[in-house]
Design a protein around this ligand. Structure first.
Ligand SMILES: [Zn+2]
Length: 386
């Protein structure tokens, strides 16, 4: 039996320890993904405001879809009957689904976790539902992505240690149950490392998940309320504990250019986040060195493109003035053009990172790449004036 995905490290991290960054290739039945790579998120089987051709034109080679959302609406059985997720959403490239664990657990007041699974209320109509590892896998097998993910229990990084320890142990038990429930041989299954920001728990979790026959390793429970320093230290602990494990390493939920860069530097291959698209819809356009707030009235008379030389459909054709006008008038085209730009910027940034690693100059290129990313890490915003 051939594996549903194959991962090959093409440029390994240098032995001198100057960086853990590496370049690899993840091969799936629907296409190949060069890593380090960013996956745009299609929550409802659509990257909000974009046509699939625009997602591809922005440079995306894989997208993520949300199990929780698609289970509630339109229903995984319906998507299965209609030929699976690829056909349903008109995307021929690779797709990864999450397990729903993050959504059902992050809806804090609506859920009840026990050892068997999670009972939660739908955010749509308040109806009561239950996810177990077996149910999550059944739903993901019906949806039919190239890569499914084990059901886990993430907790906020700032949670008390005993809460983190309890959720991490449960995540390990659920990892084994997810593996036992998974039957589709044409679909990969990734396991999730938890452990919060406690170095002991995180290392233990990385070793526990790596001991299981998953096709890839996700690092979960970050991109929450931890500081950048806590996150970076935790990534180092997890990557260290994984050692020379040959599988792809995917850090869940991280999306700002500065955060992506620091995680690649520490050995992460794969990322996903709603952030580039979400901030785009709020009128925040990422450019080298920071971001432009298109609601700033100074842009209403600015004939320049958002970013000189950017190949996206916004910058090729339209001015800052026009985009600023669209946002003020709440015209739908604003959301589409802004999302195209931020995804193009993010995916181009990942391509620059890969090029630097391939050329063997990534450590020396870090200052320049950090400048390009801006200093923004989650809440911190560096706005450029017109
Ligand atoms: Zn652009």
């Amino acid at each position: 039996m051939t594996a549903p995905v194959a991962f090959q490290v093409e440029v390994a991290a240098p032995a001198d320890g100057s960086t853990a960054a590496r370049v690899g290739r993840l091969v799936t039945a629907h296409g190949e993904i060069e890593t380090p790579q960013f996956m745009p998120v299609g929550t409802n089987a659509t990257v909000k405001a974009l046509h699939p051709d625009e997602i591809a034109e922005a440079g995306a080679t894989i997208v993520l879809a949300n199990t929780y959302h698609l289970y509630l609406r339109p229903g995984h059985d319906r998507i299965d009957r209609l030929g699976g997720l690829h056909r349903f959403m008109g995307w021929d490239g690779p797709i990864l689904t999450d397990s729903g664990g993050f959504q059902v657990v992050s809806l804090d007041h609506l859920r009840l976790v026990d050892d068997d699974g999670v009972t939660f209320r739908s955010h749509i109509d308040g109806s009561v539902h239950r996810f177990t590892p077996e149910r999550s896998i059944e739903i993901q097998e019906a949806l039919g992505p190239d890569i499914a993910v084990a059901f886990d229990q993430p907790v906020y990084p700032s949670s008390p240690l005993e809460v983190v320890a309890d959720a991490t142990a449960r995540t390990h038990r659920w990892a084994e149950r997810s593996l036992a429930a998974h039957t589709r041989t044409d679909q990969a299954l990734f396991g999730i490392v938890q452990g919060g920001i406690d170095p002991g728990l995180r290392a233990e979790s990385a070793r526990a998940i790596a001991a299981l026959p998953f096709d890839g390793i996700c690092i979960g429970g970050l991109a929450g309320d931890e500081t950048a320093a806590e996150r970076e230290a935790t990534i180092e602990v997890a990557v260290d504990a994984l050692g020379d494990d040959p599988r792809v390493r995917y850090l869940m939920g991280l999306g700002s250019p500065a955060d992506l860069l620091e995680a690649v530097h520490r050995g992460i291959d794969l990322f996903d986040s709603v952030l580039p698209a979400r901030v785009a819809r709020n009128g925040q356009l990422w450019v080298p060195g920071g971001r432009l707030n298109m609601r700033n009235s100074a842009f209403l008379d600015d004939p320049r493109p958002v970013q000189e030389g950017c190949p996206c459909p916004l910058c090729r054709r339209f001015s800052r003035a026009y985009l600023g006008h669209l946002f003020r008038a709440r015209e739908l085209l604003a959301y589409r053009l802004a999302t195209c730009h931020n995804l193009t910027f993010t995916l181009d940034f990942m391509a620059r990172i890969r090029a630097a690693i391939r050329s063997g100059i990534f450590p020396e290129s870090l200052p320049e790449l950090r400048r390009r990313a801006g200093r923004e890490s989650r809440g911190e915003v560096v706005e450029q004036s017109a």
